[in-house]
Design a protein around this ligand. Sequence first.
Ligand code: DGJ
Length: 545
Amino acid sequence: MKTRHVLAAALACLISAHAALAAEPPRLVTRDGRHALLVDGKPFLILGAQAHNSSNYPAALKPVWDAARDLQANTVLMPVAWEQIEPEEGRFDFSFVDTLVREARQQGQRLVVLWFGTWKNTSAQYTPAWVKLDPKRFPYNLDPEGRANYSLSPFGEATRQADQRAFVALMGHLKKIDGAQRTVLMVQVENEVGTYGLVRDFGPAAQAAFEQAVPAEVLARQKPKLASTGTWRQVYGEYADEYFHAWAIARYIGQIAAAGRAVYDLPMYVNNALRNPLEQPPKPWNKDFASGGPTWDVIDIYKAAAPALDIVSPDIYNPESAQVQANLRLFQRADNPLWVPEIGTKPVYARFLYAMLGRGAIGVSPFGVDYFDYSNHPLGAMATDKTLVEPFQRVYRMFAPIQRQWAQWAFEGKTQGIAEGDDRQPQQLDFPGWSAKLTYRLGRFGEPSWGGEFAKPAAGTEEPGGGVAIAQLGADEFLVIGHRVRVRMEPAAGTTGMMLRAEQGRFDARGRWVMERVWNGDQVDYGLNLPAEPVMLKLTMGRQR
Ligand code: DGJ
């Protein structure tokens, strides 16, 4: 009798602990400068699929789910537009949001909601007509001659209030329909903000603010250049206009995000059209990117002005490997989780998934993957069909069964990853005790030093395409995931050691390792040659006594 009571009590405890865990909202956590997105209390890796800009209608959803399933994605990134939820001022229509959330659950997908409000790619095109048609109430940026620019002013107080009301209504609705089930993981507030062609608003309210002292919270983060205090011009010189515009936009979005979170507290982020990350030090704005957007040089201004935003994230549309690597470095910070909500869909981008997931990104998403008869070529793939999905699916399917585990390892700092460079040169990843030496364009048998055919680049390697992500599971144990790369795991400089066993296998649906064969002989004599199709290897290394 007594035992039964104890058991029942233990069970009740377990059930309530589980309920508490399941009810926990998605949130970001940081430890030792690394980050994780906790979903139902555990790290979650977003293998995302971003829909096209015009796929946010019930009838357009089927091709989204089809592509997301083919991709083996676990999360769909979907716009919700201001014009769509508030076609008339004060009248809200959440029918699309209801359909979206219901169908996502049926499909086993999570969601990231993209709020297309005041700014979408810097323009007002997703605002309702009643906003677009009333520039007196909802003013545009003015140039120094007082001429209106195409982009809404961050000093439009009525615009901010109206956007905020709509956003708060959206968050309230999400809480109502999803507060228990947590299908929606994060919210992007606006889309690729900033202004092209004009460095800042020169309207009266903006000008008055520009002549004020730089706020202390900005000074504390964005290093002063000319004077430690004073006006924007006095402190930041020729960078003042861009920095000021960044502050104004960040403050505007930060207020909207804070109001939304007060109603329903989900992680929130902004994305951005990048400036060249290789221009070091960055030059003052010169019509070469969207001024005021959250480019890497002003992340600190966004952190200061918009504490309600958790992440400033890069949209990656330049496949030059040096640029991609630099962007990953610049946006991955102790105060900024790496999250890549958009990456181009040309096949050359797929290999960068290894670099992102290996570095510990909370997730990644190719942009415009749903089977809608539209292609953003030459930015993305030629056609939006299975040929687009396939290169990304090959990598996603390796991570999909272990996404929780991988996110946990990444949070613990056990993972690294890299993509083949455009220079095709060897690379190296260093782990405690061991180094992975990586070479590209080699066949699977023999050494190039043998000359003749052995020295020729392997067929199918005309374009850079290789990559690898490695997790160190124990002092001498590694999980290697990759394709089109030769991996030699070697003892760290000054030590000796050898590979004892290389198992090729996979993880089953329950996360258990299933060994398929042991690589030995030809398969290890010339390093571990990961083929064009991604593979997973579990390595056991050892050292002689
Ligand atoms: C980046 C934007 O964020 C997307 O919404 C889209 O417009 C792409 N550029 C281009 O296809």
